[in-house]
Design a protein around this ligand. Structure first.
Ligand code: HEC
Length: 289
């Protein structure tokens, strides 16, 4: 880096700015390079010190700059969440209205919301009451608070899943591997009461039991509900909950690339047009007599 900066300076690009600038840039280069190398080394050492298995990369249909979510898969993933994960995990940043036009029609989403009871109030007499959910309601949590969640799960807290894909290294690959990676503990690994062995979980001992088996959930679209299919769909769903705006962002990328390419072409043309007189002029020296 420093060498590169030095070379740029040597190429006299910055010559007019004097020696101080050159030194400043070199220092910046050295510091920048050093910090970069340190960050890289720290990242590598963290990876090397963990004893967990690294999740292999799966060919997700939404991988790539111009790909959108597989919405049928997101919908199936919602069904898995509803039938399996919801018993323990909250999804507090997703509201029923988010499902509309993404995985469900408005009527379907309203019906989904109406299935849960939501605490509301106070009413005119100052009492709190329960009512069926509406589109504007957020997904309800299975437990009233963290202590209740821990008490029901052997002391471990099932984390909120809304942003879990962004919160774990490996993202949806990790979720898929975690859900399908349960094994008998290898010789020498001692698990405590209520713990299970999963090589993808840091430390190997996870308090969540294996939840996905073949036919552990039912799909309304008739897709065979194998364990890996369930895991793939719920991982796709959780990627969507982490980034519901992904489709819009990618659409904007396509529009922006189209627009800026056009603008770049026009700018280039105008630049040529304006500079042509300057660039093709001829300077002649005529000595006065
Ligand atoms: C019976 C309750 C229960 C069910 C059902 C359940 N989980 Fe969990 N889950 C837990 C508990 C408890 C933990 C915390 C484990 C720990 O910290 O050892 C957890 C942790 C997790 C984690 C975080 C792991 C980490 O890296 O910290 C993910 C991701 C997860 N569960 C996904 C799911 C998904 C997806 C489903 C549905 C397919 C599901 N869980 C169903 C109880 C459950």
């Amino acid at each position: 880096m420093a060498a590169a900066v030095g070379r740029i300076c040597g190429a006299r690009l910055f010559k007019n700015y004097g020696v101080a600038t050159t030194q400043l840039l070199s220092t910046l280069g050295v510091v920048g390079g050093g910090v970069g190398a340190l960050l890289f080394a720290l990242e590598q050492s963290v990876q090397a010190s963990g004893n967990e298995a690294h999740p292999p990369h799966q060919p997700w249909s939404h991988d790539g700059w111009f790909k959108s979510f597989d919405h049928a898969s997101v919908r199936r993933g919602y069904e898995v969440y509803k039938q399996v994960c919801k018993a323990c995990h909250s999804l507090q940043y997703i509201a029923y209205r988010n499902l509309v036009n993404c995985t469900h029609t408005e009527e379907e989403a309203k019906a989904e919301a109406a299935e849960v009871m939501v605490k509301d109030g106070p009413d005119e007499e100052g009492n709190y009451f329960e009512r069926p959910g509406k589109l504007s309601d957020y997904f309800p949590s299975p437990y009233p608070n963290e202590n209740a969640a821990r008490a029901a799960n052997n002391g471990a807290y099932p984390p909120d899943l809304s942003y879990i894909v962004l919160a774990r290294k490996g993202g949806e690959d990790y979720i898929f591997s975690l859900l399908t990676g349960y094994h008998d503990a290898p010789a020498g690994v001692v698990l405590r009461e209520g713990q299970n062995y999963n090589p993808y979980f840091a430390g190997g001992a996870i308090s969540m039991a294996q939840v996905l088996f073949n036919e552990a959930a039912e799909y309304t679209d008739g897709t065979p509900a194998t364990a890996s299919q369930l895991a793939k769909d719920v991982a796709t769903f959780l990627r969507w909950t982490s980034e519901p705006e992904l489709d819009q962002r990618r659409l904007m990328t396509i529009k922006a690339i189209g627009m800026f390419t056009f603008l770049l072409a026009i700018s280039y043309y105008i630049k040529r047009h304006k500079f042509i007189t300057l660039k093709t002029r001829k300077l002649a020296f005529k000595p006065s007599k």
